[in-house]
Design a protein around this ligand. Structure first.
Ligand SMILES: NC(=O)c1ccc[n+]([C@@H]2O[C@H](COP(=O)([O-])OP(=O)(O)OC[C@H]3O[C@@H](n4cnc5c(N)ncnc54)[C@H](O)[C@@H]3O)[C@@H](O)[C@H]2O)c1
Length: 292
């Protein structure tokens, strides 16, 4: 699909990847944007800025874990802008912890990283199916294809994000509905500001700017590809994982052992000394090489 002339909803739009998507969609000539986030102030400021620049944009405070809020997004877009062509279900959270994360944290990850996509599909699909066309972009993560060492709930729920997006593509693909799963590795956003998180991510590949992710999204949507991979090496890692799971697991264990992190302890308090340097290249090679 082309963004030019389209009406788009973006959740998690107050920062990071969501903000970059909104700015890029406006620059591409979207007909209208509805931007949503828990942080209503920031998303309204962004909406006013894009609106002043000529893209009709509405910003609303919204909690995507509440189905009524997600339904209201679609209703608001339809009332103030028009029928939704693309729903970018992008809000997401991590736990920064392993199995010790409290149930409430696991539940929060499930609610944001999985149920919000279910609510988005329930809210927007009836209209799209009636019109015989529409696009759902669900932000998952490379962790949904591989894993995020040090974050069990993020890994498990992002795998569910990808599985649900595949299910949507199979179920509605013949009725004019396109689906993409956006699976970046590390991106420089508020989510990855923690030193332990950034150390793990930078060991597995380059940390991209959110604007580079937005570039990959516009290209992936134009090509209507299911998997949008701003880090192309993720495809190679996924192939390695599928071809020999045990070899892949041992490769990841070896890579993680180079990081000198206690991954059985909360990552966000893992005490990685500020300024600690990880020699990135051998770590990456130790993951890729055993995959042959
Ligand atoms: N940063 C990375 O390295 C990276 C990598 C892969 C995938 N992702 C995914 O990209 C998406 C965007 O993350 P980001 O990196 O831009 O992080 P971010 O923290 O900058 O942005 C996430 C936004 O989601 C909003 N949000 C959280 N819970 C919400 C809720 N219940 N309702 C509405 N909004 C909510 C936050 O307020 C925030 O503005 C997430 O799904 C994340 O999992 C990020």
């Amino acid at each position: 699909m082309q963004i030019s002339g389209s009406i788009v909803i973006v959740t998690g739009a107050a920062g990071g990847i969501g903000t970059a998507l909104a700015r890029r969609f406006a620059a591409e000539g979207a007909r209208g944007l509805l931007l949503a986030d828990l942080d209503g102030g920031r998303v309204e400021d962004l909406a006013q800025e894009l609106d002043r620049e000529g893209c009709h944009t509405v910003g609303v405070a919204s909690d995507v874990t509440r189905e009524s809020d997600v339904r209201a997004l679609v209703a608001t877009a339809e009332k103030h802008i028009g029928p939704v062509d693309l729903f970018c279900s992008n809000a997401g959270i991590g736990s920064g912890a392993g199995i010790e994360a409290p149930d409430a944290v696991w539940q929060a990850c499930w609610d944001v990283n999985v149920m919000a996509h279910v609510y988005a599909a329930r809210a927007v699909l009836p209209g799209m199916l009636k019109r015989g066309r529409g696009y759902l972009l669900n932000t998952a993560s490379a962790a949904g294809l591989l894993q995020m060492p040090g974050d069990a709930a993020y890994t498990a729920t992002k795998h569910a994000t990808v599985g649900f997006a595949e299910w949507l593509a199979v179920t509605y693909g013949d009725r004019g509905i396109k689906v993409s799963a956006l699976c970046p590795q590390g991106v420089r956003t508020a989510m990855t500001e923690d030193h332990g998180v950034r150390t793990v991510l930078s060991a597995f590949g380059e940390l991209l700017a959110p604007e580079q992710v937005a570039d990959a999204v516009v290209q992936g949507l134009a090509e209507e590809r299911f998997l949008i991979l701003p880090h192309p090496e993720v495809a190679e890692h996924e192939r390695g994982r599928a071809s020999d799971r045990d070899r892949w697991l041992s490769g990841v264990r070896r890579a993680v052992s180079h990081l000198d992190l206690r991954l059985d302890q909360p990552l966000v308090q893992s005490g990685v000394p500020a300024g600690a340097q990880v020699d990135v290249q051998p770590v990456i090679e130790s993951v890729i090489q055993p995959l042959g």
